[in-house]
Ligand binder design. Structure first.
Ligand code: KG4
Ligand code: ZN
Length: 349
């Protein structure tokens, strides 16, 4: 089954052709980052306009790059319909509805976070649920119990900032441009992770997260240094990056492993090897990959994470999840093409 997938939930206009949920025939993404950089973050109105301008060309490219694929040979259209920036989502949803109606194709709505989780299926053909997923992106941070391909339970989430948001805001305070997560990652390789003692906030539920205190500690430290008439040296910035990354990644790793232990003790993985999947933009972070891998090796878990190109927002992951939504969720009627709407927020449980 060949699916044409569309993703416009934030600042990437992306279209992909995916076969049978695992094989990516094409994945074309037009990023808007350079423009949003000027404002230090995503400007929703600009994002919507750029999606409108770019989506036809990106979709044509995705079809062109998928060998022997025309719109006629596509079996279904898939689109991210929640959660995200509402104006941005609406562009993709309406574009997808238009194609589905005009070409009499079924339309499969896909939840953005479920798609991030499905990004792990692309490079790992042997991977199948159940598993524990750590979803870490610019807008979301959750530990998810993936029961099967279409049933999920969020067991913990951030109470304030998402991990990526904390990375970006801390990076901004340190003078890096948006999105700053990748700069912290690079710079931290030159620094001492023990140089600064940063807060690790306690949460009532052991699987919830709170990153705003950690972010504020960085912002205050830089503010106080400036107030005293000083500036941080390059070495101090590197130490701060390394300390921030180390603290954030320890929190993410510890809670995920703790939940995986609980699941393993409850026999949730049955007779299969216990599996943890990492996904979302922050899954690109080298420190997080390293720490989680190390903890998984110690705990006897198998760790999966997507190739870098599928960590950030992309339509290929939407096409993967759509295949399973269709297979097990019964979206293949085409009746919902007319009524599908977009939603800024939506749970996955
Ligand atoms: O999943 P994504 O592309 O968009 C959302 O759905 O939010 O995630 C974007 C986030 C940004 O906050 C970005 O700074 C972060 O992922 N990110 C990183 C790295 N690469 C991207 N954070 C830390 N280290 C990285 N290497
Ligand atoms: Zn995302």
């Amino acid at each position: 089954m060949k699916i044409l997938a569309i993703e416009t939930s934030c600042d990437e206009t992306s279209c992909a052709v995916v076969e049978n949920g695992r094989s990516v025939l094409s994945n074309v993404t037009a990023t808007q980052i350079e423009e949003h950089k000027l404002y230090g973050g995503v400007v929703p109105e600009i994002a919507s306009r750029r999606h409108c301008e770019g989506i036809v060309g990106v979709c044509e490219q995705a079809l062109l790059q998928a060998a022997n694929t025309t719109l006629e040979s596509i079996d279904a259209i898939a689109v991210t319909y929640a959660p995200g920036l509402i104006g941005a989502l609406l562009v993709g949803v309406n574009f997808a509805k238009g194609i589905a109606l005009a070409h009499s194709k079924p339309l499969i709505p896909v939840h953005h976070i479920k798609a991030h989780i499905a990004s792990n299926y692309i490079a790992h053909p042997e991977l199948k649920p159940p598993f524990v997923a750590l979803v870490v992106s610019g807008g979301h941070t959750s530990i998810v119990r993936v029961k099967n391909y279409i049933e999920f339970e969020v067991v913990g989430s951030t109470l304030d900032d998402a991990a990526g948001e904390a990375f970006d805001k801390a990076a901004r305070a340190m003078g890096f441009s948006y999105p700053g997560g990748i700069y912290i990652d690079k710079q931290s390789k030159l620094g001492d992770a023990e140089a600064y003692k940063l807060p690790n906030p306690k949460t009532e539920s052991p699987y919830d997260f709170s990153f705003s205190g950690l972010k504020t500690a960085i912002v205050n430290l830089i503010h106080n240094t400036k107030q005293a008439g000083n500036t941080l040296t390059q070495n101090q910035i590197s130490d701060l990056c390394a300390s921030f990354q180390n603290t954030a990644c320890n929190i993410l790793t510890d809670k995920t492993i703790r939940f995986a232990h609980e699941q393993a003790n409850n026999g949730i993985f049955a007779d299969s090897a216990p599996v943890i999947c990492l996904c979302g933009g922050v899954a690109a972070n080298s420190g997080l990959r390293e720490k989680l891998l190390c903890a998984c090796n110690e705990g006897g878990y198998k760790l999966y994470f997507p190739p870098l190109e599928y960590c950030g927002d992309n339509a290929a992951m939407v096409g993967c999840q759509a295949y399973y939504e269709n297979l097990y969720g019964g979206y293949n009627s085409g009746e919902n093409s007319n009524s599908l709407n977009a939603y800024a927020t939506m749970g996955i449980s």
